[in-house]
Design a protein. Structure first.
Length: 435
């Protein structure tokens, strides 16, 4: 975790103290279930809770023990015994390390998902607010980076709203998929521990029992989780790149908010750079970088190995912390985004009416011209305008072959900007529901 890109709410989920607290709760809840089954004394389970429930675990001490044992869970259990006393011998009965580690990881991932879902709600709220604000603000749509036909800036934001709505649905599904618990013992057979212990721990930790584990919880669940984070990161970058383009000096249709006292360049005082959007592009790359190891972690030797462990110790905190920061940054960026409708209109008019070429093409076909002939007529009048040699509307009016099919009034009718926006309400209803 890099402090520069870390919010404390998400970071706290991955702190050692939090992890050991979760480990303790898993062990203590298992002890409760074992006591109810008569496997260990009930007083022993009560003592475990009484002596360690409010304890602050000594991270340095656990690390010291691990340097000798070379085993993190044994180091924790040894330290727990120092706190609990003789009754600690009843802790971890019939369990294996993965029961603690995997269940803990899934608790952390579900808590992280809850924060990320709240972040997505912030992004969605900002996008919806600005989409309705600019619902009918005309701007140019681009394909291949080239002027195509008119859209509205509200539609651009509505595209993003729909995309992040899908992201939220995917993350809800990924959270549900990863929210499982395994307390099944060595190689997952329950030979040394009753399945009812797993059910008890799962309920207490807000999880559901893993239907079948091999000593580890199957990593296809985690692969789906981190893949979902990667897709969300790509959605963040998509809108960030759009903003970066719109802020280019030659375009300047929208711009990141520039605060009082902010500096854009150490050398050039005039600079106002899209630094937040560029930052989001970089952060998105890092989140996606963890998708491949998550997919590769699905493949383990036999009932278990720990080839996944080192990767997960990095990817769990880093991917969730980075995406959390990026989503919150994106919500603020959208909320404060400066929008310049006059520049949008200027860019719309920049090609002298060429954005209406398809309407003219279709009008010619409807008046009897073949599509091939209509295309040639429109294109031969469009290319001089592309080179800056005239006005599209006037050239069409002077073209005798075009005039065989269309009157001046009919040609002018094809240059109505409002025609392109007539279904904006329909699209908004599809995206946002009843208006």
């Amino acid at each position: 975790m890099i402090p520069r890109y870390t919010r404390p709410e998400m970071a706290s989920i991955w702190e050692p103290q939090t992890r050991f607290k979760i480990w303790f709760e898993i062990e203590a809840h298992a002890a409760d279930a074992l006591a109810e089954l008569g496997t260990i004394p009930k007083e022993a389970a009560k003592t475990v809770w009484a002596k360690a429930k409010d304890a602050t675990f000594d991270v340095a001490r656990i690390d010291e023990i691990e340097r000798e044992t070379k085993h993190d869970v044994i180091a924790f259990l040894t330290h727990l015994a120092e706190i609990v006393g003789p009754e600690a011998r009843f802790v971890h009965q019939g369990m294996t390390s993965s029961d603690v580690l995997d269940t803990c990881l899934n608790v952390q991932l579900t808590r992280a998902a809850d924060l990320l879902l709240a972040d997505l709600d912030k992004v969605l709220a900002a996008l919806k607010k600005r989409a309705f604000e600019h619902k009918m603000t005309p701007t140019i749509g681009r394909s291949h980076g080239i002027h195509a036909e008119p859209v509205t800036f509200g539609l651009k934001l509505a595209y993003a709203y729909a995309e992040f709505s899908r992201a939220k649905e995917r993350l809800i599904a990924a959270r549900k998929e990863v929210a499982t618990c395994a307390i099944s013992g060595a190689v997952g057979t329950f030979a040394q521990i009753d399945p009812r212990v797993e059910a008890h721990v799962a309920k207490a930790m807000g999880l559901v029992p893993e239907p079948i584990s091999t000593q580890v919880i199957p990593r296809d669940r985690h692969a789906m989780y981190f893949s979902t984070l990667g897709v969300i990161a790509s959605s963040i970058e998509r809108i960030a790149v759009e903003i970066r383009h719109m802020q280019r000096t030659e375009v300047l249709e929208a711009e990141e908010f520039f605060s009082e006292g902010q500096k854009g360049s150490s050398a050039m005082p005039h600079k106002r750079n899209p630094v937040l959007s560029e930052n989001l592009t970089g952060l998105s790359r890092m989140v996606r970088a963890y998708v491949t190891p998550a997919l590769e972690n699905v493949v383990l030797w036999h009932e278990r190995d720990i080839s996944h462990s080192s990767a997960e110790r990095m990817m769990g905190p880093d991917a969730t912390v980075t995406l959390d920061f990026a989503l919150v940054r994106l919500a603020g960026l959208i909320d404060k985004l400066l929008v310049y409708p006059a520049n949008m209109q200027k860019n719309l008019d920049r090609l002298g009416g060429l954005v209406h070429s398809q309407r003219v093409l279709l009008a010619l076909t409807q008046k009897g011209a073949s599509r091939e002939d209509a295309y040639k007529l429109v294109q031969r009048n469009a290319m001089p305008v592309w080179r800056g040699e005239g006005d599209f509307l006037q050239l069409l009016k002077k073209d005798a072959e075009v005039k065989k099919y269309l009157s001046d009034a009919e040609i002018e009718e094809q240059f109505d900007l409002g025609y392109h926006l007539k279904h904006v309400d329909t699209i908004f209803k599809r995206v946002f529901g009843k208006l």
